[in-house]
Design a protein around this ligand. Structure first.
Ligand code: PLP
Length: 424
């Protein structure tokens, strides 16, 4: 029988993998003279080597062409954001007009709610998952209050019904049915950041719409991780960031999706000149005429230097495609899960659902024995060049990113846990 814990086996899996790694396209942080085993792509993705050239391109253009850089050449700044939209649309399963790279995630969430959270006295409520990422909760709560409603009654937070903080689809269905007549909006994650659980966006959208509510999704942990089909799901809007699995750098310009059915609607919005119809924008007229589609929600002329890294990252995604990438992700995370279940079960407990269709690449792993044990293991791993991230009180998140992580990286995690256990 093959020993899945041997280095030879891990290396053989890497060598035989149907999708060769793009690891050499990334800068890998170093530790003790070798590569770090970096599992924190769910927080800040690694830097693609192509980023520097894209940023330098913009700097060169600015230095040589100055204001004329707006209007010259293929990567002219007037339409620079357009270079992103087709590759982005492929990643999220959308039509090009449905996506735009702009602002930051939380800003986009607010702007989307301005248009798609239109509470009335009879229907004021928003449904979210209990334990949502704080910024999402702050945004939703402040929108409810902004409209003069009361978050105490109109922010409905559904508690997980399964062990480890996981949701059954039945519990989501029940909550939407129970509160349906009062719901203006359902806001749900594509992949929950704490547990790594992924959700059926099409089904949640269908249930929301059946009750007369709008549906939006936060894809911070889903984009570039799971296969998405936003257009077909029918979801009204989606927001995400580009610094996690999209590898576009700290605080990178974020992404936004508005479904085609709203492309030409006259829903209220907070407008800015870059959302104005590009054909007439520079007539500088007083009346706002939105560009059809997601671009019509843009406000300002985009930060070109901020967008430049995204171009380099999207090139890498286009080289492999989400379908092949997701398949590789399933192999890597499946290997991580096998190593844990075969050898480390007495030390670690995986909280993320076991069914591959209910998770992305991340496993949220509880360290048995409580916080002190957990911190000790986390620090031991970090000191030995294996970096995950820590969630209070006792969870380590390990997210093998299929663009650059390998089976060998994953074996280093398992060996690290084993060595820590032996040393105690
Ligand atoms: C990472 C993350 C954010 C971050 O929001 P920013 O506006 O980019 O700072 C928000 N929501 C979720 C669910 C996240 O995972």
């Amino acid at each position: 029988m093959t020993d899945i814990h041997s280095l030879d086996h891990a290396r053989a899996l890497d060598a035989a993998d149907p999708l060769p790694t793009l690891r050499s396209e990334f800068h890998i942080p170093q530790h003790d003279g070798g590569d770090q085993a970096y599992f924190v792509g769910n927080s800040l993705g690694l830097q693609p080597r192509g980023v520097r050239a894209q940023v330098e391109d913009v700097l060169d253009k600015w230095s040589m062409e100055a204001v004329e850089g707006h209007f010259r050449g293929h990567s002219q700044w007037m339409s620079y954001h357009r270079l992103m939209r087709e590759p982005l649309a492929r990643i999220v399963g959308a039509q090009p007009e449905e996506v735009v790279a702009m602002n930051s995630l939380t800003a986009n969430l607010h702007f989307m709610m301005v248009s798609f959270y239109r509470p009335t006295a009879g229907r004021p409520a928003i449904l979210v998952e209990a334990g949502a990422f704080p910024t999402d909760r702050y945004a939703v709560e402040s929108q409810i209050a902004f409209h003069g409603f009361d978050p105490a009654t109109d922010l409905i937070e559904l508690a997980p019904d399964q062990p480890g903080g996981v949701f059954s689809m039945a519990s989501i269905e029940r909550a939407i049915a129970e509160h349906g007549h009062r719901l203006a909006l359902v806001l749900w994650p594509g992949v929950q950041y704490r547990t790594g659980q992924s959700f059926d966006i099409g089904e949640i959208t269908r249930l929301s719409h059946a009750q007369g509510a709008m549906c939006g999704v936060d894809l911070a942990h889903a984009v570039g991780n799971t296969e998405l089909a936003l257009h077909d799901s029918g979801v009204d809007f989606a927001v995400w960031c580009h610094y996690k699995y999209l590898n576009s750098g700290p605080g990178a310009v974020a992404g936004c999706f508005v479904h085609e059915r709203h492309a030409r609607s006259d829903v209220p919005r907070f407008a800015g000149w870059w959302g104005h119809d590009a054909a007439t924008r520079f007539q500088m007229g007083p009346h706002f005429q939105p560009t059809p589609g997601a671009e019509g929600w843009q406000l300002s002329n985009p930060p070109i230097l901020g967008l430049a890294p995204l171009r380099a990252s999207l090139d890498l995604f286009d080289r492999v495609g989400m379908k092949a990438l997701r398949k590789k992700s399933l192999r890597l995370t499946g290997y991580l899960e096998s190593l844990i279940s075969q050898r480390l079960d007495d030390t670690l407990q995986v909280l993320t659902p076991a069914e591959p269709e209910r998770r992305g690449c991340q496993l949220s792993i509880r360290v048995r024995g409580g916080r002190e044990q957990g911190r000790s293991l986390f620090e031991y791993l970090a000191a030995n060049g294996v970096l995950g991230d820590w969630r209070e009180p006792d969870v380590i998140r390990i997210s093998p990113a299929p663009l650059y992580n390998t089976h060998e990286d994953i074996l280093r995690f398992a060996n690290g846990v084993d060595a820590w256990r032996q040393a105690r």
